[in-house]
Design a protein around this ligand. Structure first.
Ligand code: HEM
Length: 507
């Protein structure tokens, strides 16, 4: 095609658009994925008026092929989510605790947050009782740090080996595809450490009113390392500046009848109105020498660090919705393994499993090069010889694809070495000591107002009352009874349990 003909081609496209009344200054040529212009996007290429559709209609074939491949596997948990962009501003010098530059006082770091529900599928309502995911990706000047937390401060289990079974019990039944309290209470009746989290979940905190009026918690202990290599243990807490608001089941069903995306809608509306939600980031710090004084194991994710003071270290503001849900929110990949110098995982057994699990599932869900996708890509240069793989968008040009090499000066940093911690002992497969499974659930129950206690009993009775296996029901009742006698007695009454049986199980 000569240039005159090509120009004429584009001119006629523009003319058609003008005649169709859709012309504007930014007329763009419709193309196929290889960039070539499309001649006709309305009519398939046929062998005459009565003949078959021709296989050589690459526009038709490509459109159908791409359409058939639009879905990727949904996340195995936390499938339903909403992402929002924003920034984090560090407000306190904590260089005595960590060398992480994200905490340099005054430092502004772009963030992307994905809020989610945990158990149900991508299209499920946002009104269900479920923990909410609160995952934050900080695009720091030393690489990405992901703080992948929840809206509740503790977790159901303390060892990663239990996670797939726990999720299976909470997900809909493989037989009926219905969520069934008989199944998850059967599982939890073997997991007394879940009592604290179950108390949170069945309180009104189990249905946050929206995404803005909820706190976020890192749940695990992490390690802070300062420039001298000194270690402190830290827990993170996002404290909402909008105030906490939760729903009762009655309020939730009323909303669900009209809108099953009420929380996402609320976020879009507030951001559009310039009402940007904010959270303060608070930390609690423990020195390893303080562990022995505690009646619980501080590296147990079923425990809060009660009685340790919180310090504010910065504030996050969310101010921009993604321009494309799939590209940003669906393709976002958060991982507790995305850490930066100055922040390391603690020895918490649940966290250690997560450090492996997320990148592993993302290699399956999004592919080996998922960290190169725009939403996941760090804002600093990536220099290493991890290479090739499906969907690679790198710009590798060097003949040296190994390290060390005399022809290349890619070097390690002493400052980025992992913490060196003395270890000794015998390898084992054993529960932790200081399990203390019930005390903090009791503290939580007693902290609730009269109304909150009543709602907790009602919410719990709604699900536990459906459990038909008497043994399962009474074991679960004994856990709440051991947490707090009043709590236990009231829930026993609400589900027609037997106090004597519960007492004998509580010995
Ligand atoms: C051993 C325990 C756990 C395992 C094995 C595990 C595993 C997973 C997996 C496989 C995903 C899907 C990730 C993806 O496809 O991108 C996920 C998502 C998520 N998990 Fe966990 N999880 C565990 C415990 C927890 C805990 C304790 C928390 C909170 C502190 C948590 C918070 C989240 C959040 C917020 C997401 C969604 C991230 C996003 O928005 O993309 N998980 N988890």
């Amino acid at each position: 095609m000569n240039i005159t003909k090509k120009k004429l081609g584009f001119a006629s496209v523009a003319l058609v658009l003008i005649l169709m009344g859709t012309a504007n200054a930014d007329v763009k040529q419709l193309t196929r994925d290889n960039g070539a212009p499309v001649g006709d996007n309305q009519n398939s290429y046929t062998a005459g008026e009565h003949g078959s559709v021709l296989l050589q209609d690459v526009q038709l074939i490509q459109k159908l092929q791409r359409f058939a491949r639009e879905r990727i596997p949904e996340r195995v948990v936390h499938a339903r989510g909403t992402g929002v962009h924003g920034e984090f501003v560090a407000s306190k010098d904590i260089s005595d605790l960590t060398k992480a530059t994200v905490f340099t006082k005054g430092e502004v770091t772009p963030v992307f947050v994905r809020f989610s529900t945990v158990i149900h599928s991508k299209g499920s309502p946002e009104t269900l009782r479920d923990p909410r995911g609160f995952a934050t990706k900080f695009y720091t000047d030393e690489g990405n740090w992901d703080l992948v937390g929840n809206n509740l401060p503790v977790f159901f289990i303390r060892d990663a080996i239990k996670f797939p079974d726990m999720v299976h019990s909470l997900k809909p039944s493989p037989v009926t595809n219905r969520q069934d309290p008989n199944r998850f209470f059967d599982f939890f009746s073997h997991v007394p450490e879940s009592t604290h989290m179950l108390t949170w979940l069945f309180s009104d905190f189990g249905i946050p009113a929206n995404l803005r009026q909820t706190d976020g918690w890192g749940v695990h202990a992490y390690k802070f390392i300062d420039a001298q290599g000194d270690v402190s243990y830290v827990k993170f807490h996002w404290k909402t500046k909008q105030g906490i608001k939760n729903l009762t089941p009655k309020q939730a069903s009323k909303i669900q009848a009209k809108d099953f995306s009420h929380a996402t809608n609320d976020m879009y509306e507030n951001i559009a109105a310039g009402n940007y939600p904010k959270w303060d980031l608070l930390i609690k710090v423990l020195k390893p020498s303080e562990f022995a004084n505690l009646v619980y194991n501080p590296l147990d994710a079923t425990k809060m660090w009660l009685d340790i003071k919180e310090t504010k270290v910065g504030t996050m503001t969310l101010n921009r919705m993604p321009t494309n849900f799939f590209q940003d929110t669906e393709q976002s990949a958060f991982s507790p393994a995305n850490l930066v110098p100055g922040i390391e995982p603690s020895e918490d057994r649940l966290l250690q499993g997560r450090v492996f699990s997320y990148s592993d599932t993302q290699m399956y869900r999004l592919g080996a090069n998922h960290q190169q996708l725009p939403i996941n890509r760090t804002h600093v240069a990536v220099n290493n010889w991890n290479q090739d793989g499906a969907g690679n968008q790198g710009k590798q040009t060097s003949d040296v694809n190994y390290q060390p090499s005399r022809k290349d000066n890619l070097v390690e940093s002493d400052q980025a070495r992992y913490d060196s911690k003395p270890v000794s002992g015998v390898s084992q497969q054993k529960k932790i000591s200081k399990q203390n499974d019930f005390a903090q659930a009791g503290v939580l129950y007693r902290s609730f107002s009269k109304k909150d206690k009543q709602n907790l009993i009602n919410n719990l009775a709604g699900d536990l009352g459906q459990v038909t296996d008497n043994e399962t029901k009474h074991i679960i009742l004994s856990y709440f009874y051991r947490a707090d006698k009043d709590f236990g007695t009231r829930i026993i009454k609400a589900v027609n349990g037997n106090l004597d049986k519960v007492k004998s199980l509580s010995m």
